[in-house]
Design a protein around this ligand. Structure first.
Ligand code: ZN
Length: 376
């Protein structure tokens, strides 16, 4: 297997059907990456995550650096061995969570000083430290460290953050390359910033291209701006990036967000929604999400989603899962999460097939019509 090779097999409009080949395996795109925050996709064993159709997982640098620490994971043979997942893992840079979860943050050109949300201990995160942590974890796809500001910030604030992110992208590239053994088998993605401003997005894309990365993320979206504003950016942002490389929309999203983003040329996604929703009683179905705690499911003998091929839907009823979730049984969270992961992976498989067969628009319209039919 090559270190990193992206092949586009088919296109339909702006959408691409591709494969990323890496040493730990192939990633079919468009791809959805389940989130394994603390070296686990919550409530699901790795082999069951794989059985749902996932080719790659996401791990969170911020959480792992604090507990059990990247140094300990490295000592124990790396994240793959530690958690029992031998396929590719993408790690985020830690930046988003340092800036949203930690306390007493202080930003400077060097990086971000912060206090752990777990025990108040002081840490410093910088492009170099982020690259070191992701290397210690043994990540396959490493994300550059960037600075985030709210989309509601002034253009001046956004411009300064974007420019600093590009300086940090350059330092991330150098930090990644200095870990020669790791850099020989892993990939590094840059992150486009610029909030909702087309000019800033273009300047960011050009700066990243000059540095050169294996793939590019559209960053700074899915932070509360709403689907319309997000799609507004996605109408032009993917086209500003190197078309021969994968494009990753971080932290997205709801099923209809994913469909719309694939139509606009996005190749990779991650989101906590299928797993987090599974633990709070929300199941995804072809007709929209349902809340399994609702009394109307108490004697419903049908599966969570009649169109689903997952092991949960093949065995257990809505009534049983309703009972488990209401009773606070751990199995309830496990079954709900497994089903939701299958739902997301089936959606990605359907999108890939639709692109291959040049019928993405018809598929997307049909999906939206059905998915919204019983929403809310
Ligand atoms: Zn199912």
């Amino acid at each position: 297997m090559p270190r990193f090779q992206f092949t586009i097999h088919a296109t339909d409009g702006k959408a691409r059907r591709g494969t990323i080949a890496m040493q730990r395996g192939e990633i079919r795109t468009p791809a959805f990456m389940p989130v394994g925050t603390a070296a686990t996709v919550k409530a699901v064993k790795p082999q069951d995550v794989r059985a749902s159709g996932a080719d790659i997982l996401l791990g969170n640098t911020y959480h792992l650096m604090l507990r059990p620490t990247a140094e300990r994971v490295h000592k124990l043979g790396g994240l793959h061995k530690f958690m029992g997942w031998d396929r590719p893992i993408l790690t985020d840079s830690g930046g988003y969570q340092v800036m949203s979860l930690s306390e007493l943050t202080k930003r400077s050109e060097e990086g971000v000083a912060f206090a752990s949300h777990l025990d108040g201990s002081r840490h410093m995160m910088s492009p170099e430290r982020s690259m070191e942590i992701q290397r210690l974890l043994g990540s396959d796809i490493v994300m550059a460290f960037d600075e985030l500001v709210p989309t509601t910030s002034t253009r001046e604030v956004q411009a300064k953050a974007m420019e600093r992110s590009m300086r940090w992208a350059k330092r991330s590239r150098a930090g990644f390359d200095s870990g020669e053994e790791h850099a020989a088998r892993a990939a590094l993605f840059g992150i486009q910033q610029g909030a909702l401003d087309e000019g800033l997005r273009k300047a960011s894309a050009d700066a990243l291209k000059d540095i050169g990365f294996d793939g590019y993320a559209v960053g700074g979206l899915a932070v509360g701006e709403g689907q319309e504003a997000m799609f507004g950016v996605l109408d032009y942002a993917p086209g500003q990036l190197d078309e021969t490389k994968p494009r990753y929309l971080m932290g997205v999203g709801k099923p209809d967000d994913i469909v719309g983003a694939v139509e606009r040329g996005i190749d990779m996604f991650d989101c906590v929604l299928p797993t987090r929703s599974g633990r709070t009683g929300q199941a995804f179905t072809r007709h929209g999400p349902i809340n399994i705690r609702n009394a109307r499911f108490a004697e419903d003998q049908g599966p969570l989603d009649p169109a689903c091929a997952c092991p949960v839907c093949g065995t257990w009823s809505r009534a049983y899962i309703h009972h488990l979730v209401r009773a606070g049984e751990i199995l309830g969270a496990m079954l709900m999460t497994e089903h939701n992961l299958w739902f997301y992976q089936a959606l990605m498989a359907d999108l890939r097939a639709a692109i291959e067969e040049q019928r993405l628009t018809a598929f997307a319209n049909d999906f939206r019509a059905k998915y919204q039919a019983t929403k809310g």
